[in-house]
Design a binder for this molecule. Structure first.
Ligand code: LLP
Length: 421
């Protein structure tokens, strides 16, 4: 469900014509719908209404302050994986008491930052990390609340690049090691055991891997209980998929009610870390056609957005819908929609049936709210696009387009270059 629809022959974000945003803000530009974001949060939250829960939105999906602030206002927390994400979440008004810190490579410095902020808990991913967390907490005279991230070794049946809960992945600790970590932690004065955590992958379109993972965590929790270790939080990570093309992921209600059934009778606060399902379909990338180029083999549409703005197609072969902003006739041919970057992976769509279009026409690259701006770069010295949030018939630029200043900021020429070459 999203609020990007045609009305009177033109594509709108809620009540705002995308052509107006393109004219006033320029292209490429990311456009987010506030109503869609709010709805996604509400649906998820309501589906969990019967359970004690925190929705710790995964900041890596979209870390724009406007998006984070909206979710904070709705009661959301955050899942962060770096000091930078923690900074963003706090800046946006997310209470520290609703922030979890995941990731396999937390540095002492990041741990200290999170302890000073007094976050809800750390999701610890290795034994050495556990030792360091204990030391950092003791140095600060604090106790670090933590969960062990368990690698339950289930196949999430998604793209291999975004699977995280299988034995060969770098994430979490397998069950026996996890148990060992809890036992060791009991002896460490800087730590407080509060939870069990897992995250098995992203863009999951089936429920069975989640159920399988919960089954394994339940076994671990039983074992912990028998050892007198009490668990307050069960963090099941994120991973629920969305429809990019024709996928039929379970509805948030189905997902949460299935998990709730699995957890019946357990006295726990459930933590979820949804990312994509909150923001994915709440954003688009608006781009303008620069050239049409026909070759004996292919028809190319060359647009002003590129893989530096949206790397998902180039990196994962991901599908994103392409809609002409001006409602157009039936498809006339298949086109590759590509950007100006000097790489053959710089494509946004391949062999896509599209109507007759012209240079200057606008296209909307759909489902670009998640893992899009956050994965953008300055490759080919392209400045990152602006971001706009729409609400009803109003819009606001929530992040300026970068300028050439961003390309040179912080760089300097060493004095030895002046000494000659
Ligand atoms: N929690 C943890 C610990 C995670 O690593 C992730 C995502 C999430 C939550 C949120 O997962 P979600 O609900 O969004 O599936 N760049 C890739 C996706 C990478 C996901 C990484 N971890 C993409 O564009 O598809």
């Amino acid at each position: 469900m999203h609020h990007f629809q045609y009305q009177d022959g033109t594509l709108r974000a809620e009540g705002v014509e995308l052509s107006r945003i393109a004219a006033e803000v320029g292209t490429p530009v990311f456009v987010y719908s506030k109503a869609t974001l709010a709805r996604h949060y509400r649906v998820f939250d309501q589906a969990l209404a019967g359970l004690d829960h925190h929705i710790c939105y995964s900041v890596k999906a979209n870390g724009s302050l406007a998006v984070l602030n909206l979710l904070a206002r709705m009661g959301g927390g955050a899942d962060v994986v770096s000091g930078g994400e923690l900074h963003l979440a706090l800046q946006a008004g997310i209470p520290a008491g609703k922030i979890c810190f995941s990731g396999v490579g937390k540095t002492d410095w990041e741990m200290a930052q999170a302890l000073q902020a007094d976050i809800l808990m750390f999701n610890v991913e290795s034994l050495p990390e556990l030792e360091v967390l204990n030391r950092v907490a003791l140095d600060l005279g604090k106790k670090a609340r933590f969960a062990v991230r368990v690698n339950p070794d289930v196949d999430p049946k998604t793209h291999p690049y975004i699977s995280t809960g299988m034995k060969e992945n770098k994430f979490g600790l397998e069950m026996d090691q996890a148990l060992e970590a809890y036992k060791r932690a009991r002896e460490m004065k800087g730590l407080e055991i509060v939870g069990v955590d897992c995250h098995i992958g992203s863009q999951l379109t089936q429920l069975s891997p989640f159920v399988e993972a919960v089954g394994r965590l339940k076994i671990l929790m039983e074992e912990l209980k028998s050892q007198g270790i009490r668990i307050k939080y069960l963090d099941l990570g994120g991973g629920l998929g969305i429809t990019y093309k024709d996928e039929e992921p379970p509805l948030p209600e189905e997902y949460t009610s299935t998990l709730a059934r699995e957890l019946e009778g357990l006295d726990l606060t459930l933590i979820m870390e949804p990312g994509r399902v909150m923001v994915g379909n709440a954003g688009i990338l608006l781009t303008r056609i620069i050239y049409l180029k026909d070759t004996p083999l292919k028809n190319f549409i060359i647009v002003d957005a590129a893989m530096n703005d949206l790397i998902r197609p180039g990196l994962y072969g991901a599908y994103h819908g392409i809609l002409p902003v001006a409602e157009s006739g039936p498809p006339v041919a298949n086109f590759d929609v590509v950007g100006p970057i000097c790489e053959s992976t710089d494509w946004l769509a391949k062999d896509r049936p599209l109507p007759r279009l012209n240079p200057g026409d606008l296209l909307a690259v759909m489902s670009a709210g998640a893992y899009s701006y956050t994965m953008a770069s300055n490759y080919n010295a392209r400045v990152r696009p602006a971001e706009v949030m729409v609400s009803g018939d109003r819009y606001a630029v929530v992040r300026d387009r970068e300028t050439y200043l961003n390309l040179t900021k912080g760089q300097r020429l060493p004095s030895f270059l002046e000494e000659g070459v």
